[in-house]
Design a protein around this ligand. Structure first.
Ligand code: FPP
Length: 269
């Protein structure tokens, strides 16, 4: 950890770290434009930010980190040359990073419609996740060709198939837990914190179900400039927030009779 990171880290409460952090990496194009460079130079610089963020998150004990690398829309709306460059960059990252992921006990997973990606990329992805399968530390999930709405559509299909296999709709019960188990993120806790770089205030079709109660932290830092210290600053801001999950805040909890009554009733049960 460098001096600046250590300074922020010392202000954090290690017992209240978010379990799962999700990041919308944005601003690669703007980073490049400001330097009069082609957009792809921004993506290349973005890889260093990925590396630093992943290593720092694992080092401080974050259990799950999910990075929005390419949305489904990215494929359709960007020039073919840029998409091809991103594919090559991803393959290079996967090849180069296996060793670091293993050294840091990180398991690599993916979410998104993998089968629509080029076969060569799918093979590289499969190889990298297999190579880290036995790691028991942080789960790093890359969202590739991901769309939250497509994920929900796929969950509906998978729920319908499960119902058909198990005696049809008359036996079929669905609740929030069942839905979570049919999403791509099954097995992961919902993110406590979502970070978006480059100042945009949008979720852009990212983890719409899972982010229901997440704290949102938006930084004006462009993704290629994002490092461990910015991650720690996001966590610091998260720790200053009061999470209420639709309930009352700390100030009310002690002065509000119904809440006490409720607690008493709970205690009697
Ligand atoms: C958003 O910037 C970024 C992307 C669409 C691609 C993200 C890819 C990387 C960070 C590098 C490779 C990823 C991995 C996991 C190794 P933008 O191009 O939308 O920026 P702009 O909004 O400024 O144009």
């Amino acid at each position: 950890m460098d001096r600046k990171e250590a300074e922020v880290y010392l202000r954090l409460d290690p017992k209240r770290l978010p379990k799962h952090i999700a990041i919308i990496m944005d601003g690669n194009g703007r980073w490049a434009r400001r330097r009069h460079m082609p957009r792809v130079a921004g993506h290349r610089a973005g890889v260093a930010a990925v590396r630093s963020t992943v290593e720092n998150a694992a080092r401080i004990g974050i259990q799950a980190l999910t990075l929005y690398a390419f949305s489904e829309e990215n494929w359709k709306k960007r020039p073919k040359t840029e998409v091809a460059f991103l594919m090559r960059l991803l393959c290079r990252y996967l090849k180069a990073e296996i060793k670091t992921l293993n050294n840091n006990n990180i398991r690599l997973e993916y979410i998104g419609r993998k089968h629509e990606l080029p076969e060569s990329v799918q093979r590289e992805m499969e190889y990298a996740s297999e190579a880290t399968r036995g790691n028991s530390g942080m789960v790093l999930t890359l969202a590739l060709n991901y769309s939250a709405r497509s994920e929900i559509v796929d969950a509906f299909h998978s729920l319908a198939e499960a119902a058909a296999r198990n005696g049809g709709l008359s036996h079929f019960k669905v609740d929030e837990e069942t839905i979570s188990e049919h999403l791509y993120t099954r097995g992961l806790p919902d993110p406590d914190l979502v970070i978006r770089t480059s100042g945009e205030m949008r979720l852009s079709n990212f983890l719409l179900w899972q982010l229901a109660y997440a704290e949102i932290y938006v930084t004006s830092t462009l993704w290629p400039d994002f490092r461990g210290v910015q991650l720690l600053e996001g966590i610091e801001e998260y720790q200053q927030r009061e999470r209420r999950y639709g309930g009352l805040g700390q100030d009310h909890a002690h002065s509000h009779e119904p809440a006490k009554d409720h607690a008493r009733t709970e205690a009697k049960r």
